[in-house]
Ligand binder design. Structure first.
Ligand code: FES
Ligand code: FES
Length: 281
């Protein structure tokens, strides 16, 4: 087990998690750090504070968390949460909001360190660790600048047609409280994972699902043989294979078997047990 302080409470989590993000989300139920790319460490959505410094949780090994202090948005006091939520919401510093909790934690680390001396340029340099695919960074920097100056605007509710207002659920999204699909875990939910082919262009000679089906926690493995009806989908031309058929040619669209089973991390390796025999093309 790995023991650390999480948001002011001593907790323990399995040391077997591939990284701190998995322990937070899958075992400890802390969902404000989002999983955009784990374990790649590229998007910044999973940023938390580790001993007061902004850290990418999906790149933090469990032994690094041992004895550390971990802070997420859930652990900030109410007034501080309101301040961050208002700044981001009032400045329109989010659209889908998936990247926002990570950016807010980065902003907190910077503001804790520099306070009102934090400049827009400083903040801008540090935002390089975060990918935002829909808002852009100007409004995010506006929000951080207002937090540094202490002049945080009030996020006004929507006032109807012809008036400006704050984006729907902007405060909840900023704080990571509004759940995304990956945050939902109804009882008994199964997780699916794709088995991608090892070559982008290949003939699929054989698919053997027996080893994958026997893996503990796997409920079912599906291949093209399990799909009734048309095996192709598409937006303009119906030419995308749902699954690769045996002996079909995979061109830039790797062949797939799909495993469905218990455990969120099914996708991190068990689907490799689907045996694909390929002849590279
Ligand atoms: S989920 Fe950790 S950096 Fe993307
Ligand atoms: S608000 Fe959508 S990715 Fe940043």
């Amino acid at each position: 087990m790995t023991a650390f302080e999480l948001n002011g409470e001593l907790v323990q989590a399995s040391a077997d998690h591939p990284h701190l993000l998995a322990a937070l989300r899958d075992e400890l139920g802390v969902l404000s750090p989002k999983d955009g790319c784990s374990p790649s460490g590229q998007c910044g959505c999973c940023t938390v504070l580790l001993d007061g410094k902004a850290r990418i949780a999906c790149q933090t090994a469990m032994d690094k968390a041992e004895g550390a202090t971990v802070t997420t948005l859930e652990g900030l006091d109410g007034a501080e949460r309101d301040r961050y939520a208002s700044a981001f919401a009032a400045h329109g510093a989010l659209q889908c909001g998936f990247c926002t909790p990570g950016i807010v934690m980065r902003a907190k680390a910077l503001l804790d360190k520099k306070g009102d001396a934090l400049t827009r340029d400083d903040a801008s340099r540090h935002l390089g660790a975060h990918l935002c695919r829909c808002t852009g960074y100007v409004k995010i920097l506006d929000a951080v600048e207002s937090l540094a100056s202490g002049e945080v605007p009030v996020a006004l509710p929507l006032g109807g047609l012809g008036t400006s207002g704050t984006k729907y659920e902007a405060c909840e999204l900023s704080l990571g409280d509004r759940p995304f699909i990956d945050d939902l875990a109804p009882k008994g939910m199964l997780h699916g994972a794709l088995r991608l082919a090892d070559h982008a262009r290949a003939d699929v000679v054989r698919i053997d699902t027996s080893a994958a089906a026997a893996v503990d926690g796997v409920e079912a493995v599906f291949t093209a043989a399990d799909v009734p009806g048309e095996l192709r989908v598409g937006l303009i031309h119906v030419d995308w294979p749902v699954f690769i058929l045996r002996a079909a040619r995979a061109v830039q669209r790797p062949g797939r078997g799909r495993g469905v089973g218990r455990g969120r991390r099914l996708g991190t390796g068990r689907q490799r047990a689907v045996g694909l025999r390929l002849r590279p093309g």
